[in-house]
Design a protein around this ligand. Structure first.
Ligand code: FAD
Length: 404
């Protein structure tokens, strides 16, 4: 077991420099354009794939070869410092990969994860489809149904998913479906929908407040048939789990918490990246901008905003890094993954808003990036569990009471 340390290894420092350079020289110059276009930045993703930043090998290196859990945090922070919309365009596929890794067998991981990325010349995408139009936080209210056709050993999926990153444009859709409605959230299973499966289509593409270089859309499934082998984890395991739930045996909630908590620090790191971008930009601006014959940073009221931003960003990063380490050791106790994501999301929203304040009127225009960073930052309070859902998870973990 590794000890918790904030010191990065030599490899992690190299990784940080490599991604920072990409973020500064490739992402930043095109961020504004893709935000305005609100289209899938295929050329950009291809560029990332060509240097090895978008691909299953990169994800495997981040997720499997790092007992400290810090490499992924470093990578996410730098990418999202570059740009959140383009960052999500690269990282969105990772949600599908996490879904496959969480429930799939090793054969399924080996078969489907590379297909989520394709090749640098022909990039592919993965989408993780859980949320529905009438059920986001309330996962027990999912309605998309999967029924087993025993004669053909096929599953038939019907329903609609909402807010799906890469939804409809993905080659691999990982779909969470209800297999036994009476069991509510315990009666779910996840399925792979392979490329070009008839019956799956894209519904509306959302026009968003931020993160606009990342594609988000509805996914409609009408009599989508997938082979039995596409049930993640396999039928035997599903049947055994459902039988246990029917008998009233509780699932291993500790194991479930370790899984859910483990993805949250990465989202926290993304938020820290956006917050840091806003902090650095507004610090430089405050030193340059003159009012009343002096640099605005010479006023305590401006300097103190920056002091608070620096402190809050450091606090968020510390929580994120600790949570990433705890996740690797499977040692979450008080929902530290949720704590990290909750804090980092709030810090990103606050820091980007304060950055606009420091830039004054210029901050409110699209000529400067801070208004985009502010729009982008709000997502961290919403996806991968809203602010209130993180509070709920933490409140339950610290109290042992099923707070509602
Ligand atoms: C850009 C973007 C990308 C996304 N990508 C994906 C994706 O790839 N895959 C996917 O499956 N989903 C994705 N989502 C969906 C996202 O996870 C949901 O929007 C989120 O979980 C919230 O669900 P909801 O929008 O239905 O809000 P609701 O659950 O309806 O919540 C509305 C409000 O009520 C609050 N609330 C709800 N329940 C409670 C409670 N019990 N106690 C206190 N407050 C409560 C919430 O905190 C929120 O403030 C994405 C969303 C966006 C915006």
């Amino acid at each position: 077991m590794s000890e918790f340390s904030l010191a990065l290894t030599e490899d992690q420092v190299t990784l940080q420099k490599w991604i920072h350079d990409f973020a500064e020289t490739v992402m930043r110059p095109q961020a504004h354009e893709w935000d305005e276009r609100e289209e899938v930045p295929y050329e950009f993703i291809q560029e990332a794939a060509k240097i090895g930043l978008y691909g299953w090998e990169f994800m495997a290196e981040m997720m499997l070869n790092d007992p400290s859990g810090q490499s992924m945090m470093v990578a996410q922070e730098e990418l999202f410092w570059g740009d959140a919309g383009l960052g999500m365009a690269i990282m969105g596929t990772g949600l599908a990969v996490a879904g496959i890794a969480a429930s799939g067998t090793s054969d399924q991981v080996a078969e489907w994860v590379p297909q989520c990325y394709g090749t640098p010349d022909d990039v592919a995408f993965g989408a993780f489809c859980a949320s529905e139009p009438d059920a986001g936080s309330d996962v027990a209210a999912y309605r998309l149904r999967a029924k087993y056709d025993e004669a053909k050993d096929e599953w038939v999926l019907n329903g609609t998913k909402a807010w799906i990153t890469n939804g409809g444009i993905a080659d691999i859709h990982v779909v969470v479906a209800v297999v036994e409605p009476e069991l509510r959230s315990k009666g779910h299973a996840s399925f792979i929908v392979p490329p070009n499966t008839p019956g799956l289509s894209q519904g509306q593409k959302y026009k968003k407040h931020g993160l606009r270089a990342s594609h988000t859309a509805e996914v409609v499934l009408e009599d989508v048939r997938v082979p039995g082998s596409c049930l993640l984890g396999g039928k035997e395991k599903l049947d055994a789990r459902l039988a246990r739930v029917r008998e009233g045996k509780r699932g291993n909630s500790q194991a479930a918490m370790q899984t859910f908590e483990a993805t949250r620090p990465a989202v926290g790191s993304q938020a820290v990246g956006v917050a840091r971008a806003a902090f650095e930009f507004s610090l430089d601006y405050a030193k340059e901008r003159k009012a009343f014959g002096r640099a605005i940073i010479e006023n305590q009221s401006i300097a103190f905003i920056l002091a608070d931003m620096a402190t809050e960003i450091d606090a968020a990063r510390l929580l994120v890094r600790r949570a990433a380490w705890l996740g690797k050791q499977k040692k979450f106790k008080y929902a530290e993954g949720s704590m990290a994501k909750l804090k980092a999301g709030r810090v990103a929203v606050h820091s980007t808003e304060r950055a606009i304040q420091i830039l004054g009127g210029y901050g409110y225009t699209r000529e400067y990036p801070v208004e985009r960073w502010h729009r982008d930052s709000k997502i961290f309070d919403i996806f991968e569990g809203t602010e209130q859902i993180q509070q709920l998870v933490i409140a339950r973990a610290i109290s042992g009471i099923r707070i509602k």
